[in-house]
Design a protein around this ligand. Structure first.
Ligand SMILES: *[C@@H]1O[C@H](CO)[C@@H](O)[C@H](O)[C@H]1NC(C)=O
Ligand SMILES: *[C@@H]1O[C@H](CO)[C@@H](O)[C@H](O)[C@H]1NC(C)=O
Ligand SMILES: *[C@@H]1O[C@H](CO)[C@@H](O)[C@H](O)[C@H]1NC(C)=O
Ligand SMILES: *[C@@H]1O[C@H](CO)[C@@H](O)[C@H](O)[C@H]1NC(C)=O
Ligand SMILES: *[C@@H]1O[C@H](CO)[C@@H](O)[C@H](O)[C@H]1NC(C)=O
Ligand SMILES: *[C@@H]1O[C@H](CO)[C@@H](O)[C@H](O)[C@H]1NC(C)=O
Ligand SMILES: *[C@@H]1O[C@H](CO)[C@@H](O)[C@H](O)[C@H]1NC(C)=O
Ligand SMILES: *[C@@H]1O[C@H](CO)[C@@H](O)[C@H](O)[C@H]1NC(C)=O
Length: 903
């Protein structure tokens, strides 16, 4: 307490400071983790970077990442020496002062600045004492926007150095069901393909990206500084309901509306193209190419107009014409001959474009005005406000205006304001080799209008986000969120009214039943509402002036502060320790997890102390269902005394099974029968059928993923065998695991042997490392290295990086008993690896259904039946259907090949 602190502020949208690159010898990012969770199109991403200062002196350590522009940062924390430094979101003016003061004292500050087309850069640094560690944790949130029929989650990976424990975990949950999921982006190339794993089970999908250090320096977008590129997760949801999805919880709702089975309606499109002198060269060339694409794409019943302008206006035709092949050919000729030169009269050009649309009969069609410009108005009316008011008057809310700003010489705010005032949006076109594709891409977003004059009506909803939309285009989505008045779900109803050609359509739910939030957390829907509201208020603020503007700004600021969003109106302030003297004072042990974070660990009983004091709690006994007790009695009386002793010993001494229960103070020693009753109840709760509790063979069910088939294979392995998980002879790496002696409980222990003298033994309690002669034991959250094996221990998983292998050992828990499940997140490239984890996805086809289902694998027919299995390869195991067959059939080899005599 009372220590000296300095305020560090993270100011939004400022220009970047000169970048200082990390010196690899000084500090080491030993773990870099991006964890993205998407629920109902709302993505929350946490970037965690753990860094150690390997110098003998204190060092300024930088955290520098890129996040999508559309996202709001909502949390930033640093963990140094067991202390947490939490960022607080403050109004920008307030933070600005602290920021200026910090900078004037020569201290570094955190910044968010814009880079490239879709990303923003976040940068900060902190001074870390010699040989100390720091963890940076940044959280950002975004509502994904549907364009071209898909959502894209962009994850930028640029840790600034190769990182042993680099990983990206993405989890997507969509109640409507995920229609498809793909992984794209610069990092999704061949060289990194085996680092990406994708699992998709109707409503849920997981994508893992675990590249090795070698891959991080050798892939296309990589270098000595490691990776620098994107992973883009592309997906869409099922749309079985024309009214869309509605999610409600804790008084808020969010409605996603994107009907797809509608006919297109014809459109009237006028393209207003700047051909002033500044467009000369590449820009005008790319514009010509894009125009020809766009003209080719018009449908026969569309009408179009083409106007080019500099200081004068050059319409191709004075009025809209039909897009028949003759007209399109002629317009293409016109487009091919556009030459750049002259001034820029945006006002006159837009007025003429609006006039063309106004004089055309637009009954039953959708009108669209598109402006492309690369500069500011230089002739005619040049006062920006005047132009805006003229255009607004001419458009009069009858059709949307889209403004495309080409390059950075445009006044983008002017274009943005003008578009927003006319129900449109502005888009920047980046001067680059693909500018024509950017233009074409934008046009395609609006190429297929399906509805006009869309009005979303929510009876019993208040504080709604935008509800009126001039057009709805194929491939897009309308999202509305709001509060449910008095949280009264009974009276809440919704309806969408819109025009499709000349028909008035009403979408409503005939039963008045509205899908509830399902597994969506209460908090989330409210955050979606807040996110959307703040975005729209910021847009609105741009269009207004005077007291109205101030009012809107105030509200946007209030919500940004309440929901802790870093927006252009707010900043995040982090109070961090000043000077190293503080660091060396009292030291809790580095990286030691607080007590509550340590895995509790199963209490196993020693073979000699069979009558330890840890015994059944009375309250466990009292909760037993009488039916279960009867079943137990009947089972118990069927056993002979020898069997009773065997079972008792097996569970209590060997397994410690019974003692996993919370032990409480008890009055007297339990009888054998009481202990067996507990065992029985435990078993009953796991397997359901009390009478088969001990007859049931000890089976472990394994899943084998199938290529191009949604249903995987599964097979059972019987007994507490030791299995070959991964043998990688060229790296001298061997991983074996011992199955648990309780059915379907995965592995009890996993051994990793590297070269001849490095061994890592993992059980649910911790990790033991033997490196040559030295043996160390680790529990809690820790980083352990043994030769070139790195083991990162987290709450419920252990990550292992060894050469070209990335292995994750998940620690699952069922009925308070923990067990292990290994997953290979990076398949080694060598072709001589072996083991259960090295198996490739099986390729099968279904050949026969009756009388028994048969599958064909590599020309061999096998019998299968319908089965179920838990997929333990993901953090929260999921039950899935599978084709059950024998292990030998599934593996196409005798199971015995995978059994090892010792761990
Ligand atoms: C990722 O984030 C989700 C949601 O916060 C959390 O439940 C999960 O445990 C995280 N995963 C990892 C590997 O940290
Ligand atoms: C809308 O897009 C979907 C695919 O995204 C396509 O199947 C459908 O035909 C399109 N509708 C129209 C009217 O073009
Ligand atoms: C919703 O609107 C009412 C008045 O329209 C206002 O009093 C209330 O604060 C709003 N709720 C939120 C969360 O902004
Ligand atoms: C939305 O449209 C309806 C009818 O088209 C109109 O009555 C209502 O005032 C509009 N609301 C807003 C906020 O523009
Ligand atoms: C699986 O599908 C992919 C793409 O659809 C295809 O390239 C591949 O050949 C298919 N594999 C098999 C075994 O059919
Ligand atoms: C394994 O790969 C090596 C080179 O990478 C090659 O020489 C060898 O033939 C391959 N073996 C098999 C069985 O494919
Ligand atoms: C598969 O099932 C058929 C009966 O449908 C049986 O005759 C055959 O022996 C079975 N094959 C194997 C390999 O078990
Ligand atoms: C699979 O599990 C579901 C529910 O968990 C159950 O309804 C179904 O009958 C099971 N199927 C088989 C073949 O066991």
């Amino acid at each position: 307490m009372g220590r000296t602190v300095v305020q560090l502020t993270l100011i939004g949208l400022q220009l970047a400071l000169a970048s200082t690159l990390p010196n690899k010898d000084d500090w080491d990012i030993y773990s870099f983790h991006i964890n993205s969770t998407v629920t109902s199109r709302y993505a929350t991403t946490v970037i965690t970077s753990r860094v150690v200062n390997r110098m003998d002196e204190s060092k300024e350590i930088e955290f520098h990442v890129r996040i999508p522009k559309n996202a709001f940062i909502s949390k930033f924390r640093m963990f140094i020496d067991g202390q947490v430094y939490d960022g607080v979101v403050k109004a920008k003016e307030q933070a600005q002062q602290q920021y200026t003061e910090a900078v004037s004292r020569g201290e570094s500050a955190g910044l968010v600045s814009s880079v490239g087309r879709t990303l923003e850069e976040f940068k900060t640094s902190v001074t870390v004492a010699a040989h100390k560690k720091v963890t940076f944790e940044l959280t950002y949130e975004e509502l994904m926007k549907r364009t071209h029929g898909k959502y894209e989650l962009q994850i930028h990976a640029r840790p600034m150095q190769p990182v042993k424990d680099f990983k990206v975990d993405v989890y997507i949950h969509e109640e409507a069901g995920i229609n498809f999921i793909d992984v794209k982006g610069g990092l999704s190339t061949k060289a990194l393909a085996n680092a990406i794993t994708k699992t998709h089970v109707n409503k849920q999908a997981w994508v893992y990206f675990y590249p090795t250090v070698d891959q991080q320096t050798m892939c296309d977008n990589c270098g000595e500084q490691g990776m620098n590129g994107d992973l883009v997760i592309v997906y869409d949801v099922n749309r079985n309901n024309e009214l869309g999805d509605i999610k409600k919880s804790a008084g808020y709702f969010v409605h996603h509306f994107a009907p797809s089975n509608l006919p297109r309606i014809s459109k009237n499109v006028v393209l207003v193209i700047d051909k002033s002198g500044s467009m000369q060269g590449r820009k005008i060339e790319q514009t010509r190419i894009a125009l020809i694409h766009i003209l080719n794409d018009l449908a026969e019943d569309d009408h179009f107009g083409l106007i080019t302008f500099d200081g004068n206006i050059f319409p191709w035709k004075l009025e809209l014409v039909q897009a028949n092949s003759k007209n399109v050919e002629s317009a293409k000729n016109f487009a091919r001959n556009i030459q750049a030169g002259g001034n820029t009269d945006i006002n006159q050009a837009l007025l003429q474009g609006a006039n063309m649309l106004n004089t055309h009969d637009r009954e039953g069609s959708a009108s669209i005005l598109i402006l492309l410009t690369d500069g500011q108005p230089t002739t005619g009316v040049t006062n920006l406000e005047k132009i805006q008011s003229n255009v607004r008057q001419a458009v009069a809310g009858k059709f949307p205006l889209y403004c495309l700003g080409f390059g950075f010489d445009v006044d983008f705010e002017f274009l943005e304001k003008m578009s927003l005032q006319n129900n449109g949006v502005a888009r920047r076109i980046y001067v680059d080799s693909d500018a024509d594709l950017q233009l074409k891409g934008f046009y395609e977003e609006v190429a297929t209008p399906l509805l006009t004059d869309v009005t979303m009506i929510y009876v019993g909803g208040t504080n709604l986000t935008q509800t009126n939309f001039s057009h709805y285009y194929n491939g897009s989505e309308i999202v509305v969120a709001g509060e449910i008045t008095d949280n009264n779900i009974e009276t809440f109803t919704l309806q969408v009214v819109a025009i499709s050609s000349n028909r008035r359509l009403v979408f409503s739910d005939p039963n008045g039943i509205v899908e509830s939030g399902g597994s969506v957390s209460d908090d989330l829907i409210q955050r979606v509402w807040a996110y959307l509201t703040v975005k729209q208020l910021l847009d609105k603020e741009l269009q207004l002036s005077g007291p109205e503007k101030e009012q809107v700004k105030k509200e946007a600021l209030r919500l940004s502060l309440k929901y802790s969003f870093v927006t252009p109106l707010t900043s995040m302030v982090v109070t961090k320790p000043l000077g190293e003297t503080i660091h060396v004072l009292h030291k809790p042990k580095e990286c030691e997890a607080p007590q509550s974070m340590k895995p509790p660990g199963r209490q196993s009983i020693s073979r000699h102390g069979g009558t330890s004091t840890r015994h059944r709690s009375d309250n466990v006994a009292t909760t037993i269902d009488p039916a279960v007790e009867r079943a137990f009695e009947s089972w118990f009386s069927s056993l002979d005394p020898g069997e009773i002793v065997d079972i008792y010993q097996f569970f209590t001494e060997d397994r410690g099974f019974y003692f996993a229960k919370p032990s409480q103070s008890r009055k007297k020693r339990p009888t054998v029968k009481e202990i067996l009753l507990d065992v029985f109840v435990e078993h009953y709760s796991l397997h359901g059928d009390p009478l088969q509790a001990t007859d049931a063979p000890l089976l472990h069910r394994f899943l084998l993923k199938a290529e191009n088939q949604t249903v995987p294979l599964c097979f059972d392995v019987s007994g507490a065998l030791s299995l070959k998980l991964l043998h990688h002879p060229s790296r001298e790496l061997f991983v074996n695991g011992e199955l648990d002696s309780v059915a379907n409980r995965g592995f009890k222990r996993i051994f990793i042997h590297f070269k001849t003298n490095q061994h890592v033994e993992i059980d649910t309690k911790g990790v033991t490392v033997r490196d040559g002669q030295t043996e160390t034991h680790h529990t809690g959250q820790d980083l352990v290295t043994a030769g070139s094996v790195t083991v990162i221990m987290r709450n419920n998983e252990i990550d292992i990086a060894a050469g070209d292998v990335r292995l994750v050992i998940l620690v699952h828990e069922k009925n308070s008993i923990k067990f292990l499940w290994p997953v290979l997140r990076q398949h080694p490239s060598a072709n001589n690896t072996d083991g259960l984890l090295a198996l490739k996805s099986v390729v099968y086809e279904k050949v026969q259904q009756v009388p028994a289902t048969k599958l064909k694998i590599k020309n061999q027919e096998i019998n299968v039946t319908n089965g179920n299995a838990s997929d333990y390869s993901i953090a929260s195991p999921l039950m899935m259907n599978c084709w059950l067959t024998s292990a030998d059939s599934a593996l196409q080899r005798p199971l015995a090949d995978f059994v090892v005599p010792q761990l």
